[in-house]
Design a protein around this ligand. Structure first.
Ligand code: AVJ
Length: 318
């Protein structure tokens, strides 16, 4: 999803942003590394495996909601909009939307050029005649959309509860930036994971097969691979906790014992029980989601959920 390194034979040159986020992450207290760095090749594969786990309900639930809701989305949005997908990655949900809304163009935005080219080629083949206009960009910043769609009304698509990775303050900034990028008359279709029973939430992020643990620990392996670090990854355990006060799942890596290691020759130490905070996944009650959208400058006009109320897809207009 967010991979950005240059491979040259055996030597992998690390992204300087990865390097600085990691070094800073081990210096600050509590230690914390942004979740975007999970997604190297191995991390992206592990995330795909997570989406198929019995405990990880979000992907299959959102897909089912979209299958049922997209005809209504199409009726509300009208034909011919440019569908602009934020962080398209290797999305399997996109064809569901594109089949219903009869778009005038499809604009996938992703920071990883590799993924963007792969998924664009696949979609262009599946939708002959549809202009596919990929934009390689970080959607956290204001985006210049292709000039071909300057006068076409936009439908933003932000599935997967990706918004949950951001603290609410930053989510509001992002929603406002999306509104600025998409312009007057635009709409946004967004997926948000709902607050629910704590056990259900925790097991979705701490599965029985240990795939999420491997996904979390892969961050340390990536640091070792790309920054030539000596972190003893076996000395860490995966932790997933529900922070009720902040309505979010947090993932941490906890040292099982006192350890010392080096990153680019710089010494670091952690005592047994100390942690690195690696991810937040915020959950929104039904009113919470709509308030968040309004705070970000969007007016919710329709909302769909599954029979159990596990996940929500909301359509909003600028
Ligand atoms: C891709 C951010 C939506 O928060 O559920 C899954 C990432 N982390 N299991 C999520 C994730 C651990 C996922 N998002």
């Amino acid at each position: 999803m967010l991979k950005q390194e240059i491979e040259d034979g055996d030597v992998t040159l690390a992204d300087p942003m990865f390097r600085s986020d990691v070094l800073r992450g081990f210096e600050v207290r509590p230690r914390a590394i942004p979740a975007r760095w999970f997604y190297d090749r191995r991390g992206s594969e592990l995330f795909e495996a997570i989406t198929e786990l019995p405990e990880y309900y979000p992907t299959r639930t959102e897909t089912a909601i979209l299958l049922a809701a997209c005809p209504e989305v199409a009726a509300l949005a009208g034909e011919g909009r440019a569908v602009v997908e934020f962080g398209s990655g290797s999305s399997t949900k996109t064809p569901i939307l594109l089949r219903s809304v009869k778009p005038g163009a499809y604009v996938p935005i992703d920071i990883s050029g590799d993924f963007l080219r792969e998924s664009s080629a696949g979609l262009a083949a599946a939708f002959p005649g549809l202009p596919v206009l990929p934009v390689e960009a970080d959607f956290l910043r204001p985006i210049a959309l292709p000039p071909q769609i300057a006068d076409t009304p936009k439908l933003g698509f932000f599935p997967g509860s990706t918004i949950g990775n951001m603290i609410p303050h930053s989510s509001v900034d992002l929603l406002r930036a999306m509104k600025a990028s998409l312009g007057e008359g635009s709409m946004l279709l967004i997926g948000m994971d709902r607050i629910k029973d704590e056990q259900r939430l925790v097991s979705a992020y701490d599965d029985a097969q240990g795939v999420t643990a491997a996904f979390n620990l892969n961050l340390l392996e990536r640091i070792n691979r790309e920054l030539g670090a000596t972190i003893p990854t076996h000395a860490f355990r995966h932790r997933a906790i529900w922070n009720d006060d902040r309505a979010r799942i947090e993932m941490h890596l906890e040292a099982r014992e006192d350890i010392e290691f080096a990153i680019e020759g710089r010494p670091f130490a952690m005592a047994a029980g100390e942690t690195i905070h690696t991810e937040n996944s915020h959950k929104y009650g039904s009113r919470d989601g709509r308030i968040l959208l309004r705070a970000g400058g969007w007016t919710p006009i329709a909302e769909w959920t599954d029979p159990e109320g596990l996940f929500a897809v909301i359509l909003a207009e600028a």
